[in-house]
Every structure is written in C-alpha cells, then in structure tokens.
Write a protein of this length. Sequence first.
Length: 738
Amino acid sequence: MESASVSYAVHLGFWTNWSHGKIMGATVTLTRANGGLLIATLAIFIGMVGKSFWRLGCFCLHRYFSSADRQDGLYHQRQAILRNSDTAQDGAWRLLMSLLAWRSGRRATRPLLRLLPILIYALVVSAAFGIASIFSANVTTETLNEVLLKSERCGPLNENMVQNSTKQLTELYPYYTQRASQFLNYGLQCYTNSTSTDGCNLYIRPQLPFKATRDATCPFKDNICKLENENLILDTGYLDSLDHLGINSAPNERFQLRFVQHCAPLKTEGYTEDFNDTNFGPVRRMLYGPQTPLPGFNGTRWSYEVATNNSYIPTDGTLSSGTQRYEYTLGLFSPGVNKWMPIPALLRDDADVFNVYLSAPRVHFSAPIDDPLFAAHVRMGDLGNVDTGEDLASYTSDEPIAPMSCAVQMQYCNPNKPEGSRCEPLRGMSDPRSTSEVQKVFGDGSHFEVIKHANKMWTGSVYFINNLVSFVGASALRARLGLAYGYSGPLPSTQWHLEAEHWFKGTLASIQDAFVAAASGQPASLAPFLDAPAPNATISQSLCRNQKIVSTNYMSFNVLGVSLVFLLGSLIILCDTALEPTVSWFQRRRYRAHQLKTTFYPDEAHPLYAALEWSHTSTLQLQRLAHEEAGWGTWSACDGDTPVTLPGQRLGALNLGNVRHPVLKVGRPGSAQGQEEGDMMVAGRAWGVRRTDTGVETLVEGEGEGYKRVGEEDGEDESLIDVRVMFESQSNLSSRHA
C-alpha cells in the first residue's frame, strides 16, 4: 500500500511498549545509523565477554590441575596452554595440536581424557559467544522494529467539518477514492497465504485475522435469499486494540473490537419490475425498499434501476472494435447514504444492511457461469479472431441485474471484565442504542473516552462495503481483473464469495490504517476537514501520542535486554579482572600463616604454589625461566607479570646445531652479561658430525680436539669434515644439578 512508503514522524528515545508489559516493554528507539552503532558495540562487547569467560574457566582449571609433584610433559603443556590462551578459539587450536602430538599413550598417560574435555569446553565457549555476537541484534523489539508515532496533526477526517459540497466533492471525496483503492489493493497483496510481505510491513500485523463460514444460513427473513445454506459469514473475532491495532495503551485502557459481515445473493422473482422510461428507454427496477425524498428530488418506491437497452452491438456476428468496451457496473444502496428503507424481509435492527447490485451488460464469458451473482448461461453468437480464424464461444448474463445483500455488525468488548459481561450486543454502526450499551461495558470514566475516540474513526477512516463500492465502483470487483476487451474467462461457482471477502479485506485494511492515519497526521491540503481533539481532551491527545507502527527506518531496542547484556557482561569482565588478584591476596595471607607454623610435613604443598605456577607459566615468565636456566641475564621482578634484566644485558639466541631440536645457547657461568658461544673454549664434551666416504653422516663426540664416532672401533680411517662444536661447561652442569 502506498502509505507503507510514507515517511512518518517517529518518537526517538525511551517509551514503554505495553505489548510486553511495563518492565519487559521498556524500549528505546534510535535512528538506523545510531542503532547500527549500538548493535556493533554489543557485538564487540559480547566478544570481550566471551574472552573473559574463557579466561575465568582457564584460571579455575589451571588452579584445579595445579600440583607441586613432578609431572609429565603433557601436564606442563596443558598448564601453559590454559595460562596463555587469550581466546577460546586460540585455546581450542592449541589443545587440539597438543592432543595430536601426545595421542600415543606411550608418551603420556590418558592424553585423550586429560585434554578432550577442555577442548570441548573451548569449542562450546567459542561457538556460544560467536553466535551471541551474531545475534546481538535480537535485542531489537522485532525483526522489523516497532516504533511510536509522533503526532503532528492528530485526528480523523470528517466531511461535516466543512459544509461546502463543492469542496467535499472536489477535495475530500477524491482522497477517499484514492484511499479506497489502496485498501482494496492492500487486501489483494497482503491478505494472502503468500510468504511475501513486500509493502505489507507498515502495521503491527500485516493482516488482521478473520474466519470465513461458507455454509451459513440466510441472514434475512421471508426466504428472500437465493441460497439456503451456502451463504457467507466473515467474522474477525475479537481484535485487541494493542495487539492488532497498535494502540499502545496500558491494560486498563485497552478494548476489543469485533466485526461480522453476513452476505447472501437475493432472489429477484417478485422483487423486480420493468419500466419504459420515455426519455431513457426500458429499465429494470429492484423493489427491495423505497427511497425517502431528498431536498430537490422525489422519492421512489424502488431501490435501484438499470437500463436494459444496452449499447449497440453489431448484428453481423462480429465484434467490432469500434464500439465501446463492455464492462461490469456495480451499484450500492445503504440506509444512511441513499435514504433507503429496506423492505421488512431485509430489515435488521441489530445490523447495518447494504445492497449490492451487479450488472454485466454485454460482457462475454468464454463458458457458462454457475455463480449465483455472475450467472451467465445465455448463448451469444460466436466471436471470431480475424488473425487466426478461430471461433470463440460466448455467453452473457442471465439477468440484467443481480442483487446481493450484506448485514454488517460490530461489537465493543472490555477485556478487563469477566467473560459473561465484557461485551455489548452485536449491532450496526449507526445503532442509536450504542452509547448506552457501551457505557454499560466501559463505565463513564477514561475508558469510555477511549471508546468515544475510537468511534470517530468510523466516520471517515474506516471503509465498509458502502464506502468501497461507492468510491471505486466496478473497480472493487476481483472478476474485473480477468476481463479483457469485454471478454472474460470462466469464473468459479463461488466467485461471489471471493468478491465479498475482497471487500471485507479492504475494510480490515482500512481499520488497520484508521488509527495510524489519525495519529500520524492527515494531508495538509485537507486540514479544514480535520476533526482534531480539543486541547483539554487528554485521553484523545494521549491516544494520538501512543500509536505504534513498524518501520525499517528506525531501530527499537529492548532496554531490559540491552541492560542485562551490559550488566552481566560487565560482571564477567570484572570477575576476570579481579579474581586472580583476589585469590592471590588470600593465598598470601595463608602463606604468612604458614610461615608462623612450627611443624611442617614432607607432603604438605607450598601455599603459594598454585598462585606462583599460574604466574610463572605466563609467556614472559616461561621465557625468563628458560634464559635464566641457560645462564643469561640477571633478572628482577620475578614474582610479577613482567620480569626484567639489568640495563644493557643481552640474552642468548637459539642454537641451531640440530634444527629439529633447537635449544638456547648456554651463557657463561657467573657472568652478568654472558658471552656468546665460541668466545672461549672450556673443557667439556664436544659434538660434531663426521661424513664418511659413502656420504653417510655420523654423530661424533670427543674431548677437546679429539673426536671419535659414537660406536666406532679404534683404527677406522674416516675423515671428519664440516664439524660444528658445542661445548657445555662442566661447572655449569655442576651448578644446575646441585
């Protein structure tokens, strides 16, 4: 519908969406740019929370596994991974690599049992927070966001605001015609079973629910219906002002609506007469009740008439393109507009009755039509196609006019009352008893003022059958969509059901739009017809400021959801930040108590072991331990996170004598600066490579300049070439093994 593309003024900031209650419904609406920024911030924040959650788990697992006893290499690698994996993805990858490396049970005991649970935990954390980041946009109210309209020109249109027929006919009614066409098109497009919702996402609900009963009895008396048990009832059930219409009011101000439309084709036998108008020619008149006189006009004893002398048709069996296009005509009579007084058989004191009259003068059908409203069994001459020479069968209507009558009812209900007393009786819109009946249900307070505001919508904003047919005429027919060059394909026997449903859907679309149009502001050109609420009408003014629609131009976020994300996430980050120093503080207290003890047991673990193991399995501390053990540097701040050497000290590089097993070069013992390998030779073991005449390389060892091949017998003549020597100080060995 065209209104779906209109740019509406929207309230930006905080408001309460009563669809979710006072607390859960706390909402903030932002522009799309600011909303996108908030979603991006949430995604980044959730990623940070995921990292902290993983680190918390690592800390707890590291402490749980910590042991002062000698352990195998898998234990130490697992502790190092838990200490140094910043993210769950990083931890999962390292654990997987470690699991593959230690998978053989000969290297470590039960590697699968020791690593796989932690690996699964890492994968679960990674997946959970990754998905949470992706779906962080779900803190918006819906996939398409509900927003609150900001009223500018609140109120419905009312033709009685301007007592000028010319202005009504030239300004207001053309707008009504345009809107009626839009509502019917919306019904065609959006009231379907199709999953496509293009252009149907303006209102809170793309469509209002209704139930169709296709085997209903006649809604009138005296056996006037053409069908006995195949008539149509369309019933919306109870439409909630908040859930279906988007009126964002608290529970004590909500109401429910119900609309029922009961239609049936009428008999024509005994209710028609043919009359020869001396000026116009023969006409068929429908005798379903007289029209009362209007100023300047005489009254009639009939309700509708149509000419039976249709426009010229060639008599030579051809269809001339020079004659006018054959078309449906659609007329309507209602008591309010036409001053029509239905005959007793059609009179209902609990409903508004509308008579629809269909004519299809000289419209050609390709096959007989059995539908009671479109009935066509009269064979016409075959039509010929000049280009192909093909003859086309042709049928025309059985009667010049076919009537259908609909009884339309509505009902207000108070959802806050017990079920037996919450609803007024079903009635017509113009029922004079409506005010007293509504007061019985809603009382005389603010709730009744809400209903009075809603009643204004029926005047110029809701389009029932009479409005739709009166404004757009034959364009209201679905059958017209299958008409081309005055020739129509076959129609189903229930075509009249489709037409009545089509009009009912147009009515429902107008109901959806009525409160939105009133709250968003009517066209400025129609300002004289605006029935605006009085400044002191607080209820009406409040309703104008509390109308919801759906808009993709803005983003609405659930305040509670966003707050919980930031609150719980901040708690996790705070725990990650504070847990380690807090636990360390308690353990230092235990250590001070430990120092005061006089009795110690050999198997008693050091109270600071777990804390120091966590600290000293960090990357920088492991690096410090390796260099210090190799004799490089004089280190300080060894109980912190970042150990440092004395100024200007250089550390050892890798010894690549065996590229498959690199080690740190050994520093000079007792030297603060340390010396690079090869600066001076000390007594010790030498290793080298001997290449034989066959090209086979052999690892050799010796003392100083003397070498021998490992496992060789004395006296073998082999040349020693390409030897690289690494010396390991005996004194250094002694100090390390002391």
